[in-house]
Write a protein that binds this ligand. Structure first.
Ligand code: PMP
Length: 355
């Protein structure tokens, strides 16, 4: 720490992302990426854009992509804001809707970027304890002082909160914004997006990093009442008016339009997930009820941290969090069937070697 650092730089505790490995032989099941490539139309659209207009600035309003997203969800483009990944959209939302003197609430076990942003922007917060079964206690989010944010399904637990509970949270925070971070919603039953025309204080954030296989392109988006969207635009234009680059706009638009490919790959991941859960249970794991493209599992006698290390030594990366209540769980991303067969082969070797 240097004497030149601002108070903001001093108090900030940066987010630590999951390990990224360039080793060709590593099986990466640790950062919830999609194992399938993006739609072939994405590659075509990016190639076309590459050959044409990289010397020109992209559209500052990103109309083409916003219209495509809105069209898919029966919304108007005035309901849609796009940014460089949902992490950036969430940062703008913290700045646009949360105040430095009013406590916001988020779950104690949740996406670890929320406390990072709160610290960065000087927003005080209260962490809401989950129920013993890792479900979210909706009423603990009622009447917050400064607003609410939670992922649905929750991360890293994979547990889904029903829309009725979300409605109650939104209705019981009439003067605050409730942000539902739906990074994994396409692997779950139902999105809260259907509620945004009924509630002016609900912001739903989604990403193309998971179900659209575009983590590398960095596209996230928020949906809500046009007045919420306008606040995000004001914040964005004060940082970087050309948030998305031309390749992201072209690729993202093509991905949104290829519904058939999207449905096929998400359905396949859900099928593989259910098969993986069954097989984890057969091996003595307790597995939370997942509605995401990952599972959260704890073995009845093998400590999670040991399994994490041994899996890593055998070329399989999964995620372990050294945090109270979840330190005996592993978060495992759902890959292809072949990926998961390889995972079980390595896991069995580890467990068998201890018998
Ligand atoms: N929200 C949650 C709950 C996540 O797990 C992630 C992925 N790490 C994100 C947001 C951010 O995703 P991205 O920035 O790739 O859109």
């Amino acid at each position: 720490m240097s004497k030149f650092w601002s108070e903001t730089a001093k108090r900030t505790k940066p987010y630590v992302p999951g390990e990224q490995s360039n080793e060709p032989n590593i099986l990466k099941l640790n950062t919830n990426e999609n194992p399938y490539p993006p739609s072939p139309h994405v590659i075509e659209a990016i190639k076309e854009e590459l050959e044409r207009k990289l010397n020109l600035y992209p559209s500052p309003t990103v109309d083409q992509l916003r219209e495509a997203i809105a069209g898919n969800l029966q919304l108007s483009s005035e309901n849609v804001f796009v940014g460089n990944g949902s992490d950036e959209v969430l940062a703008f939302a913290f700045m646009a809707f949360f105040e430095p003197n009013k406590k916001i609430r988020f779950p104690a076990i949740s996406y670890s970027f929320y406390p990072v942003y709160a610290n960065l922007f000087g927003i005080p917060y209260e962490e809401v304890q989950l129920n013993r079964d890792f479900t979210l206690p909706a009423d603990a989010f009622f009447q917050s002082e400064g607003g609410v944010i939670f992922p649905n399904p929750n991360a890293p637990t994979s547990v889904y909160l029903q829309l009725d509970a979300i409605k109650e949270i939104v209705e019981n925070n009439p003067n605050q914004v409730v942000i539902v971070d739906e990074a994994y919603i396409d692997f779950a039953s139902e999105s809260a997006v259907t509620l945004i025309n009924s509630y002016e204080n609900l912001l739903v954030v989604q990403t193309m990093s998971k179900s659209r296989s575009l983590a590398g392109l960095r596209i996230g988006y928020a949906m809500g009442h046009p007045e919420l969207i306008q606040a995000l635009v004001r914040i964005k234009d004060s940082f970087n008016s050309y948030t998305l680059d031309r390749l992201a706009i072209a690729g993202g638009t093509a991905a949104v339009k290829d519904t058939a490919y999207f449905q096929q790959t998400t359905e396949k991941i859900v099928q593989t997930r259910d098969w993986v859960i069954e097989n984890m249970k057969k091996r003595g794991f307790y597995v939370l009820d997942s509605q995401a493209n990952f599972i959260f599992a704890s073995h009845y006698n093998e400590p999670a941290e040991d399994l994490y290390v041994e899996l890593k030594n055998s070329g399989v990366l999964v995620r372990h969090f050294s945090k109270a209540l979840i330190d005996n769980y592993l978060r495992i991303t759902i890959g292809t069937d072949e990926n998961m067969q390889h995972f079980f082969k390595k896991l069995d070797e580890i467990i068998d070697s201890k018998k």
